[in-house]
Design a protein around this ligand. Structure first.
Ligand SMILES: O=C([C@H](O)CO)[C@H](O)[C@H](O)COP(=O)(O)O
Length: 213
């Protein structure tokens, strides 16, 4: 079985801090995520700069698109995004629009199940529409309210859909192996790396744990 990929979520608003974090973690991660607050603050220029500095990494832009799927996502794919996210709650018309934009650039789409009431139906419909990745995600505010992605992750993994399963929401050293063993093929880690005293050391530790899972 292929090893799970590690995605570093970059949630800083500061461009220099974001680029420094990416450089420190680069040896240990597979995907750089420009997080939603970061992309809203810094825009397409940061997508271009990340692609220029890290041409061999996959680049996910966490747009969390809610409407105007094709129109909103197209310039981000054109700027170098390998994956853009669209919200499952946006509905199939918007998801389909992002898929159409991705196809033009030979890129991929992740449907984020954040706050989707019927996650099973949305995951199945997203697979059928042609999305390559389904994201089980407990956002930062829901985490602060005590929620975690682990139960939903197991439910979605059991569906055995023909798409990669990305899991996000407070994943750290003590939980990352359980996430991989439950079937995640992309493990998203933000605060456990960027909030660590040494982000490089934390990323290295996560890499070892994922590869040993
Ligand atoms: O997507 C995220 C959040 O909704 C803000 O946009 C985070 O990047 C994601 O939750 C991963 O970060 P951690 O939960 O800190 O690992």
């Amino acid at each position: 079985m292929a090893k799970a990929l590690i995605q570093l979520a970059i949630d800083s608003l500061d461009v220099n801090a974001s680029l420094s974090l990416a450089a420190a973690a680069a040896p240990y991660v597979d995907i750089f995520e420009i997080g939603t607050p970061c992309i809203k603050h810094n825009g397409i220029a940061l997508v271009k700069e990340m692609k220029r500095r890290f041409p061999n990494k996959l680049l996910l832009v966490d747009l969390k698109t809610m409407d105007a799927g094709e129109y909103e996502a197209t310039p981000f794919y054109a700027a170098g995004a390998d994956i853009c996210t669209v919200l499952g709650v946006s509905g199939l018309a918007t998801i389909g629009g992002v898929i159409k934009a991705a196809k033009k650039y030979n890129a991929e789409v992740q449907v984020d199940l954040i706050n989707v009431p019927d996650k099973i139906a949305c995951a199945r419909a997203s697979a059928q529409a042609g999305a390559q990745i389904i994201g089980v995600h407990t956002g930062l505010d829901a985490q602060a309210a005590g929620q975690s992605p682990f139960a939903d992750m197991q439910t979605v993994a059991r569906l055995g859909l023909p798409m990669r399963l990305s899991v996000a929401g407070g994943i750290k050293q003590s939980t990352v192996q359980d996430v991989v063993r439950a079937g995640a093929t992309i493990v998203v880690v933000g605060a456990a790396i960027y909030g660590a005293p040494s982000p490089a050391a934390a990323a290295s530790e996560i890499r070892q744990l994922v590869d040993a899972a």
